[in-house]
Design a protein around this ligand. Structure first.
Ligand SMILES: [Zn+2]
Length: 130
């Protein structure tokens, strides 16, 4: 069980009270009659599926029953922020780029530790043979 912060209720509530409603910030075409079939189809059916930062619309279904937006990392499932409808996110894709650089450095350090550990294991094997 984890908790999601509802920006309208202004408190953390249990995840089961919420429903995801898909990609946020999809603007309805100003003049639908002027759209080509492809443009209208894009608006109705096609959504982004990014690896990383994603802005999503959620509904506090068993609460205030209001829609709001979440910025979520689709790799780690971490919710980075929630904000009311009509507001703009403060976290964007450039935030993730910084995070990925940091985590790749950590992975490299972890790799060195593994190498160090296997050297120690090798030394103990050599010690046992001697
Ligand atoms: Zn709420």
């Amino acid at each position: 069980m984890f908790h999601i912060y509802c920006p309208y209720c202004e408190e953390l509530r249990e995840e089961e009270e919420f429903h995801p409603k898909g990609q946020a910030h999809i603007a309805r075409p100003e003049e639908p009659d002027a759209c080509s079939d492809e443009e209208w189809g894009d608006y109705l059916f096609f959504r982004d599926n990014p690896r990383g930062i994603h802005h999503e619309m959620w509904l506090h279904a068993v609460g205030c029953r209001k829609f709001f937006n979440i910025t979520r990392n689709t790799v780690s499932y971490e919710i980075l922020e929630t904000y009311k409808m009509g507001e703009q996110p403060t976290v964007g894709a450039e935030h993730l780029a910084r995070e990925e650089k940091t985590s790749s450095v950590q992975a490299a350090e972890g790799g060195q530790q593994t190498v160090g550990a296997s050297d120690a294991a090798l030394a103990s094997v050599k010690g046992a043979q001697a």
